[in-house]
Design a protein around this ligand. Structure first.
Ligand code: GDG
Length: 457
């Protein structure tokens, strides 16, 4: 079978225990058939642009290729264009776009450097799988160098509707980049539909049959491949000593109490201030939760050099402080807000004991926390997933209580409904959600995409 080449902004490292499901799945696929994983090395050096060293290490059947970037490359490509233009735009926050032509040039240049360095490692038969918004122009660059290999792309974040996409500076160039791949994978049917509608509405194309979309004189296969988690690996974490110890402590602490849990990187797309307002409304409107219900919100820092992230951090600190100041009692704090990274084993333990998983992003590609929460619920007494209808996960996980996170009042009502739901209803919903999570795990996702890519040409 042809080798697999994975390219992503950061790469997994098979020498260390894989943390997320994505790294587990891609390492698994690479280990089975052999191949290369290329990404930014994580190191910033003072080399000239395009001259960063490529560190190539053989690890069994996998070749790891880590590219160094200099400060200007990192700032323009990663913080600048990727995270100050594409991330906000794709999450419907065109108001947060910080357009900067130098950053955009750097984004293009770094993608060209990735292509040039990858070229030296390629064999004619390799199948190339590119991940996420940092690397949208990579196929165009590779094609310009004469690469004929099959190249697929998976977008982990939402594909915005055509009107929003067309607000991105140089939207047409960006869209054209997509058409140099053979396969485009999206998280949901809605995302795949948005891609197709851009061709119809903005480009005036008459697209196509089935999932083949034609534009700019090229044809691409576009399809939804909803990502999943490594269910067994996540469940096994419950046996880790850290998880056992935390569960025991939480149980002691929660004889009369219910935990509601939220976990995400501190990102404005995740709806954290709205969630705290929901919790405040819950306490006002349903005072029986006083002293009995606690929101544990874990939100480790991310992309702190981007202004919008500093703003959201300040807003959250002030909101959680205000709610706690108003409602706390000497023996009870309503919101436990943790702005630090917590180990995966502890997360699993916390999820398993929480009566409600509160997953309310304003916009999210998929949202793996929703799936992790469901994976570790006890069958005999499962908690309830309250899920935003704007998370990609809502398309499959409609047995959750779906909410509109912008509507504080009705989300607070739904949270109360979750906290008081009968055991029978909880079990019924949990059975349905568990099936979705188990049937659509990360290996299914990985194989589904690769089968489709290999079937091209
Ligand atoms: C992107 C898309 C899409 C979070 N805090 C801690 C921690 N986490 C873990 C979670 C989960 C992962 O990070 C986050 O995954 P999400 O899917 O929720 O969100 P993004 O990071 O935004 O990921 C998203 C995903 O790509 C995959 O395609 O679903 O829509 O935005 O696994 O548990 N893990 C640990 N400590 C923390 O404090 N250990």
């Amino acid at each position: 079978m042809s080798r697999l080449i994975v390219v992503s902004n950061r790469m997994g490292d098979p020498r260390k225990p894989a943390k997320g499901g994505l790294a587990v799945a891609l390492n698994g696929a690479l280990n089975e058939i052999g191949g290369v994983w290329m990404g930014w090395s994580g190191t910033i050096t003072d080399t000239a642009p395009g001259e960063g060293q490529l560190h190539v290490v053989e690890e069994g059947k996998i070749t790891l290729a880590g590219l160094d970037l200099n400060q200007q490359e990192h700032d323009g490509y990663y913080l600048g264009y990727s995270n100050s233009v594409l991330w906000p735009a794709f999450h419907h926050r065109t108001d947060l776009i910080e357009s900067d032509s130098e950053a955009q040039e750097t984004y293009k240049r770094v993608n060209r450097t990735f292509a040039t360095r990858l070229y030296g490692l390629l064999q004619p038969d390799d199948v190339i799988w590119v991940h996420d918004y940092h690397l949208i122009p990579l196929a165009m660059e590779l094609r310009a160098m004469g690469v004929k290999n099959r190249i697929g792309f998976f977008l982990h974040i939402p594909m915005p509707p055509s009107q929003i996409f067309s607000a991105i500076p140089e939207a047409d160039w960006l869209m054209r980049c997509f058409y140099h791949f053979d396969v485009l994978g999206f998280q949901t049917q809605d995302d795949a539909m948005n891609f197709r509608l851009y061709a119809e509405r903005i480009l005036g194309e008459d697209p196509c049959s089935g999932d083949q979309i034609k534009a700019y004189g090229r044809t691409v296969t576009s399809r939804a491949f909803p990502i999943g988690i490594d269910v067994d690996q996540f469940r096994d974490l419950l046996n880790h000593p850290d998880a056992v110890e935390l569960s025991e402590r939480l149980e002691l602490n929660s004889l009369q109490r219910k935990w509601v849990t939220g976990v995400e990187r501190l990102d404005y797309s995740k709806g954290l201030p709205e969630r705290m307002k929901v919790f405040r409304r819950l306490l006002e409107k349903y005072p029986e939760n006083m002293r009995r219900t606690t929101l544990v919100q874990i939100a480790p820092p991310t992309r702190e050099a981007v202004d919008a992230y500093a703003d959201i951090r300040n807003e959250l600190e002030s909101l959680s402080g205000a709610v706690n100041g108003e409602f706390a009692r000497i023996d009870w704090t309503p919101i436990r807000y943790i702005h630090r990274h917590v180990s995966r084993a502890k997360l699993a333990a916390l999820f398993s004991i929480s009566k409600v998983g509160l997953v309310t992003p304003l916009r999210d590609g998929m949202n793996l926390v929703a799936k992790e929460y469901v994976a570790v619920q006890p069958d005999d007494d499962p908690g309830v997933l309250v899920l935003s209808r704007f998370a990609g996960a809502a398309e499959e996980m409609d047995a959750a209580l779906l909410v509109n996170p912008f509507d504080i009042e009705s989300t607070a009502d739904t949270l109360q409904r979750a906290l008081s739901m009968s055991l029978d209803e909880r079990k019924e919903r949990h059975e349905a959600l568990k099936r979705v999570v188990e049937d659509g795990d990360v290996v299914t996702w990985c194989n589904g995409f690769l089968d489709c890519l290999r079937a091209q040409r």
